[in-house]
Design a protein around this ligand. Structure first.
Ligand SMILES: [Ca+2]
Ligand SMILES: [Ca+2]
Ligand SMILES: [Ca+2]
Ligand SMILES: [Ca+2]
Length: 299
């Protein structure tokens, strides 16, 4: 693919909003249907995900010993008939635990199941980075609800929680430049994840996704960019001080701008970039030795 067409894709990707977790539009909600309890819904959905994984397999033989420039598509099917001897997904996946808050701020731990299909050759994104990906989204009835075969840039912090938390499990590839100046990505990470609606669209659904639907995604992670949204030299991932992967609830000087969008995080009128790491040793400066780095310390 040429550089020109990648630029076009970059431009088009600004319009991509499907994966974005949008807040609910009150006008479109049916108030007669109360929202389900998150803890109860999670237990029911996790049971159905486990049952699905015990009774289904994926085309794992297509991913054994794949070359660095092959990208098979994930196919999931029922274990039955000719496929009765296939290994169930349940025996192959790993899981991660993700804390989700319900409306009363109670934490309900959600399991996300995933499998890496090709390791990838580079480093991993964080939950704050921009990623250049192709992907496919599937429902349990095998219907594709979204697919990008041409790569798009997405910001991990702007997509649904399960997708955001899954991305750091995948490594990027390398760029191969051809003699004619075109380039392609090689040996990038390929993985899939299955997660409950508490990490997806929950009671809202969207498009062909019904409310309370678990989701399956295959992601090919071509490359990534580290983000520093406010250009204050502190990477966005480091501006999530409480580490909850929500970047909007960290606002040291309480000026209404979360730290990742604030070039003076402690409001002392010294720009963060001028007090974060002045001696350049890679460790945030702490002049008065009180344990609070200068850029977050307004005295
Ligand atoms: Ca920053
Ligand atoms: Ca946070
Ligand atoms: Ca900042
Ligand atoms: Ca400051």
């Amino acid at each position: 693919m040429s550089k020109k067409s990648y630029l076009l894709i970059l431009f088009l990707s600004f319009n991509i909003s499907f994966l974005t977790s949008c807040k609910k539009d009150d006008d479109s909600q049916d108030d007669t249907v109360p929202k389900r309890d998150l803890a109860e819904q999670y237990i029911a959905e996790n049971d159905s995900i486990i049952e699905f994984m015990q009774t289904h397999f994926y085309n794992y033989t297509d991913f054994e010993n794949i070359g660095s420039n092959q990208n098979p598509e994930l196919i999931i099917d029922t274990i039955a008939g000719d496929n009765a001897d296939k290994t169930p997904i349940f025996e192959q996946v790993k899981s991660i635990d993700i804390e989700v808050k319900d409306d009363d701020d109670n934490i309900v731990v959600h399991k996300l199941y995933y499998e890496v299909l090709r390791e990838g050759s580079g480093d991993n994104p964080t939950v704050a980075d921009s990623v250049f990906i192709t992907y496919k989204g599937l429902l349990f009835d095998n219907k594709i609800f979204d697919q990008r075969k041409s790569p798009v840039w997405l910001e991990a912090k702007n997509v649904v929680r399960g997708f955001q938390e899954f991305l750091p499990k995948i490594k990027r590839g390398s760029i191969q430049i051809n003699p004619d100046g075109t380039y392609e990505f090689d040996n990038f990470g390929i993985a899939f994840a299955i997660f409950p609606s508490g990490l997806g669209y929950y009671e809202n659904g969207t498009g062909t996704i019904k409310p309370y639907s678990p989701l399956i995604f295959q992601v090919n992670l071509l490359t990534l960019n580290r983000t520093d949204h406010d250009n204050d030299t502190v990477l966005t991932i480091l501006e999530d001080l409480d580490g909850d992967h929500n970047f909007d609830n960290d606002d040291t000087d309480e000026d209404g701008f979360p730290n990742y969008l604030d070039s003076d995080d402690d409001g002392d009128e010294i720009l963060t970039k001028d007090e974060y790491d002045v001696n350049g040793d890679g460790i945030p400066d702490d002049s008065d030795g009180d344990g609070v780095p200068d850029y977050l310390d307004n005295d």
